[in-house]
Unconditional design. Structure first.
Length: 297
């Protein structure tokens, strides 16, 4: 059973004439007649009652007609839906990010919503290990984290931008520092740090490894947003990626002078999986937002 056969049958049934149907469909009468005969042979019944002057629906045809019409309407709806997907007029996109990456999503999310308002965005903020498992479970289309890999050959990682772990405070709190701050100099400042398990904190632990430095830790919190709010309203300083304060007024950052202090921003997808068009467009916007991302070939 083919869609064109249903289309020919419906048109003949509607008009009661092969000749009129051939004119509206721009197809020869013989082609229409041949295809409807094939449909009847497949069903094992006559759908049309024919004589030399008239064509009417048989008893079978009367029962078949509304269902054939419904099938064509569904097929048309499916075609329109596919076009909507192609044009990003419908669909969902699930994006995951680590806590420290969250603030950097703002501009890209706003740009994506402006360009593709009909795509539903589902944003999830979790730690790196949780995002990894969500990717493997196909709960995410895309994950954004620091570091170039999340340690699984089933996941494909790509570099978006390079950043560095930095000492961050409100303007005026980092007096006396040069272009970089040494690890021992960190002990001079009252610190509000991201909680253990967050990527900036994990990177800091790598920096501090085998270093005989006692930090003055006054506060730990698992939300970068609230951490920056606290730092912005107190003499406390924090240690995060320098990108965490991009386009955030009232802060300054000084990179930490250490080889383990790199915090490369990356995106991750499930290797070999189908990538939605919306994912590709979102990644393009991430790369195009040069105000806080640097594009790499």
């Amino acid at each position: 059973m083919e869609l064109r056969q249903l289309k020919y049958f419906i048109e003949v049934g509607r008009l009661g004439s092969f000749s009129l149907a051939s004119k509206t469909l721009f197809i020869t009468q013989s082609t229409i007649s041949q295809q409807i005969r094939k449909l009847e042979e497949e069903l094992g019944v006559e759908l049309l009652s024919r004589d030399t002057r008239h064509v009417t629906l048989s008893d079978y045809g009367e029962q078949f007609y509304p269902y054939a019409l419904q099938v064509l309407e569904h097929a048309k709806a499916c075609t329109e839906r596919i076009q909507d997907v192609k044009n990003l007029q419908v669909g969902t996109l699930s994006i995951g990010a680590t806590y420290s990456f969250g603030p950097l999503l703002k501009q890209t999310v706003l740009d994506f919503y402006r360009l593709y308002p009909h795509i539903r965005l589902d944003l999830k903020i979790h730690n790196k290990e949780e995002l990894k498992q969500m990717l493997l479970d196909r709960e995410l289309d895309l994950a954004l984290t620091y570091k170039s890999t999340i340690g699984d050959d089933r996941i494909e990682s790509r570099l978006l931008f390079q950043s560095r772990l930095s000492l961050i405070g409100r303007k005026g709190e980092l007096k006396g520092l040069g272009k970089e701050v040494s690890v021992p100099e960190l002990s001079r400042f009252p610190l509000a740090l991201p909680s253990k398990g967050l990527q900036a904190r994990d990177t800091l632990e790598d920096v501090l490894f085998a270093q005989n430095v006692d930090l003055d830790i006054r506060l730990e919190i698992n939300s970068v947003r609230y951490l920056l709010d606290l730092v912005g309203n107190s003499p406390l300083v924090t240690i995060l990626s320098e990108e965490a304060i991009h386009q955030v007024k009232g802060f300054e950052a000084v990179p930490i002078a250490h080889t383990e202090g790199r915090m490369d921003g990356c995106y991750h997808c499930l290797k070999g999986a189908y990538h939605k068009m919306a994912v590709q467009k979102f990644i393009e916007l991430l790369k195009e937002n040069n105000s806080f991302y640097q594009t790499f070939a």
